[in-house]
Ligand binder design. Structure first.
Ligand SMILES: C[S@@+](CC[C@H](N)C(=O)[O-])C[C@H]1O[C@@H](n2cnc3c(N)ncnc32)[C@H](O)[C@@H]1O
Length: 217
């Protein structure tokens, strides 16, 4: 517990003092891309079941509220959607379009089962794909990356890629477990975007997430 408190102290200090993050970053703290079978394995053993619990989803709810302010009834692309947890938080916005993409077949299968009653081809869909470079002819008002940024490779290349899939004035949204590594990724993203909002959401049990929205320059 003392160690966790120390880490949280460092993480909060590092939000506006990058040198703190860089000084205390652990070896191996960096982006962690992995093949689909690794993610399938996590879903198969239930490692992500808890992500669907209410006290794990405050970051989704805040991001959904920011999305709603940016654009009512938006066209949304959800990268790294897993079982569709973020969809639960934007359902009430009645998005004109929702497309969830995940590298894991099993994650997508579960999303389709869980939300079977809400799937509508061309309106609400879940597909398997690589979120590091997902290609489509569609354009979106909002593209979100809930808790998956660190698995998608170089952040600047990611922004350049998804800027092309945004409608004019479109918004990118991120949530990320609060950590020195994710703070570094966020700083990298700030170099090519204009920040609209950024916040830290804490749960009483000790979890904390960064939530932010921005526009590519
Ligand atoms: C921590 S889970 C987050 C799931 C969901 N977004 C949420 O907020 O509950 C990370 C997700 O990223 C997905 N993922 C990892 N690498 C990916 C990639 N290259 N493209 C698309 N999804 C990826 C994993 O399969 C997993 O579903």
């Amino acid at each position: 517990m003392a160690y966790l408190r120390w880490r949280r102290f460092l993480e909060l200090a590092a939000i506006d003092r990058p040198w703190v993050g860089e000084l205390f970053m652990r070896r191996g703290d960096g982006p962690k891309a992995a093949p689909a079978k690794v993610w399938d394995g996590y879903y198969a053993k239930g490692a992500y079941d808890e992500l669907l619990e209410s006290d794990q989803r405050h970051h989704h709810r805040l991001l959904a509220a920011l999305v709603a302010e940016a654009k009512p009834h938006p066209r949304i692309l959800d990268i790294g959607c897993g079982e569709g947890a973020f969809y639960d938080s934007i359902r009430a916005l009645t998005p004109a379009r929702y497309l969830g993409v995940d590298l894991s077949d099993l994650g997508i299968e579960r999303a389709k089962q869980r939300l079977a009653g809400e799937l509508k081809p061309g309106v609400v869909d879940f597909v398997t794909g690589d979120g590091a470079r997902f290609e489509t002819d569609e354009k979106f008002d909002v593209i979100v990356f809930p808790e998956c940024l660190e698995y998608l490779g170089d952040p600047e290349a990611l922004i350049a890629h998804y800027a092309k899939l945004l409608n004019p004035g479109g918004v990118l949204g991120f949530t990320q477990w609060l950590g020195l590594k994710s703070l570094r990724l966020w700083r990298q993203i700030k170099t090519t975007t204009d920040v609209l909002d950024e916040a830290v959401v804490s749960a009483p049990w000790g979890g904390a997430w960064q939530v932010w929205t921005c526009r590519p320059r």
